[in-house]
Design a binder for this molecule. Structure first.
Ligand code: AR6
Length: 167
């Protein structure tokens, strides 16, 4: 599997699918969720309204409408303070594995993830990066995986961990 780390606005990526760090309602919010809904337009919200929300750690796919990608996979990360460390890690890993399983089912060859739960949901960035990389590398997905960081600091964490993984 090919894993790439970039610093970018995920809404600009021309990949097959981008992943949205959504909430249980799937009806939009702030952060990356707000940016994706703003860029995709009202038709994304309309499709999301048909999905009946999503459980924490699970994922659902929609069209991408005005975005340059083909699909959006909405996943719901854990709110870090609501769980013990182990349960939070399981739920976060599940966001990655369920998104990748949906990508595989839908013939998606390239998928970009934001740093799920690392914004308002408060997951410590380095711990989240370890969980994310282990989940991605343990999955059966064989396309390209892009970790789309919003700042250099987050990208550095991933780059350091990737070097350790390779050793
Ligand atoms: N492109 C890439 N990454 C981004 C972008 C962007 N355009 N915008 C923000 N990030 P957050 P969460 C990064 O808070 O913690 C929403 O209100 C950001 O720097 O968006 O999973 C939802 O509706 C951070 O590293 O998601 C939920 O209620 C990462 O994306 C809640 O926030 C995730 O930050 C989900 O919280």
């Amino acid at each position: 599997m090919n894993i790439k780390i970039i610093v970018e606005d995920i809404t600009k990526l021309k990949v097959d699918a981008i992943v949205n760090a959504a909430n249980n309602t799937l009806l939009g919010g702030g952060g990356v969720d707000g940016a994706i809904h703003r860029a995709a337009g009202i038709r994304l919200l309309k499709e999301c309204m048909t999905l009946n929300g999503c459980e924490t750690g699970q994922s659902k796919i929609t069209g991408a409408y005005n975005l340059p990608c083909k699909y959006v996979i909405h996943t719901v990360g854990p709110i870090y303070s609501h769980y013990d460390k182990e349960k939070a890690a399981k739920l976060l890993a599940s966001c990655y594995t369920t998104s990748l399983a949906i990508a595989k089912e839908n013939g998606i060859k390239s998928i970009a993830f934001p740093c799920i739960s690392c914004g308002v949901y408060g997951y410590p960035k380095e711990d989240a990066a370890k969980v994310a990389l282990a989940a991605i590398q343990g999955s059966k997905y064989d396309g390209e995986v892009i970790i789309c960081c919003f700042d250099e600091y987050a990208a550095k964490i991933y780059e350091k961990l990737m070097m350790l993984f390779r050793k």
